[in-house]
Design a protein around this ligand. Structure first.
Ligand SMILES: [Cu+2]
Length: 392
């Protein structure tokens, strides 16, 4: 059979019938039709693209236009007061925001002393609590220890045992997860029903600054609603002596309203999309701008920083200074990095930073991811008694 394959040219040439000729012409016409249709569909696609661009244009222009031009009311996407919760509400504050910011009592960032004894008892009672997270902006939190976010700063020495009691005074189950603890989470970090308590102990074996938070699902919602704080485990072998020590817990907020007339609650969709409305140190936007932390010229100041998230890192930086010593990742068993500009504190992590400032002045401390500064994650270290205000 194989030998025939090479000899097809021996086959007699078929006679071209009338019907075969018709088929050929039809195929040719069909081919032309396809080409013409293809050309038109290309034109239509280009038109559609132009139309889409044209449609996008006015929206962009309106977003940039001042609200006073009267068109904002018809363009809900750009009006924070009537919009669906698609935009950030961060720009919306009451008219007397400055006054309210001045009247706000800032979260005390001072590192508290270490309690005496081998056993440190901590008792927190969870409460659903409405707090301010920016001037005049109210938010419905689930708060550790009933004081809003962050929860209380826990400070112990390496080797001390923490006895944690958590009482759930809220409406739904909660829990508490310590990153500083080496412990079976299914036992210690389990959900506590409303009205119930849980008690467990762990030893502060690893020196550093650690996050604690509610670990009840969905964790994103529980952390976003303010359920986090910092625990500091001071190493047995003392760190270099410093003059001031402050604790900063970074976190961000996702609001379903502006929080001015009515308290806002969590917008879970925005939390998943990472569309923060406010980003804060110790739970309130810009509070240490209005009420600066203080130091004297020549002082070394130690910052104990936790990034609670739920999602954002803190890119810690001190404007006009240097992180002279930086214990990266919050652990204190390794030697610090020296003379670094910015260190990432990852969400769920910590960092310890020593900063020596010789000259009088206002030194902003920020997350150098500047969208977060714009939304409130900035404070001032006031060194000495400088005149005027800071440039940041
Ligand atoms: Cu919770």
């Amino acid at each position: 059979m194989a030998s025939y394959r090479g000899s097809t040219h021996h086959r007699p040439k078929p006679v071209e019938t009338e019907s075969a000729l018709f088929a050929k012409v039809a195929a040719l016409l069909l081919g032309l039709l396809v080409a013409v249709l293809g050309f038109f569909s290309l034109l239509m696609w280009a038109d559609a693209r132009d139309a889409r661009n044209a449609a996008a244009q006015p929206a962009v222009a309106t977003a940039d236009a001042p609200a006073a031009n009267g068109t904002a009311a018809q363009e809900p996407a750009t009006d924070h007061n009537v919009a669906l919760p698609l935009n950030s509400f961060a720009g919306v504050v009451p008219e007397n925001a400055q006054e309210l910011a001045a009247a706000h009592k800032p979260y005390d960032a001072t590192l508290p002393p270490i309690p005496a004894g081998d056993l440190v008892k901590v008792h927190m009672t969870l409460k659903d609590l409405t707090v301010e997270i920016a001037p005049g902006v109210k938010y419905n939190t689930w708060a550790f220890d009933g004081h809003g976010a962050p929860g209380p700063i826990i400070h112990v020495r390496q080797g001390q045992t923490v006895e944690m009691t958590l009482t759930n005074g809220g409406a739904i189950p909660h829990s508490i997860d310590f990153h500083a603890a080496r412990i079976a989470p299914n036992v210690a970090f389990k959900d506590v029903a409303p009205g119930d308590s849980i008690k467990f102990r762990f030893t502060g074996s690893d020196p550093g600054v650690f996050m604690y938070h509610c670990g009840t699902k969905p964790v994103l919602a529980h952390i976003a609603n303010g359920m986090y704080g910092a625990i500091i485990i001071q190493p047995k072998q003392a760190l270099p002596k410093v003059d001031n020590e402050y604790v900063l817990v970074g976190s961000e907020w996702y609001l379903n309203g502006d929080g001015i007339k009515e308290p806002a609650s969590l917008d879970f969709g925005k939390a998943r999309a990472r569309l923060s409305d406010w980003v804060t140190f110790n739970g309130y936007a810009n509070q240490y701008v209005t009420h600066p932390l203080t130091a004297k010229p020549g002082d070394t100041t130690r910052f104990w920083v936790v990034a609670a998230g739920p999602t954002n890192n803190v890119n810690f930086h001190v404007v006009g200074g240097m992180l002279d010593r930086a214990w990266v990742n919050g652990g204190l068993t390794n030697p610090p990095q020296t003379n670094v500009q910015t260190v990432i504190v990852p969400a769920g992590g910590g960092g310890v930073f020593d900063v020596k400032l010789d000259d009088e002045g206002f030194y902003p401390f920020v997350s150098h991811a500047f969208a977060d500064v714009d939304l409130g994650q900035v404070g001032l270290l006031k060194v000495g008694n400088p005149k005027g205000t800071a440039s940041h």
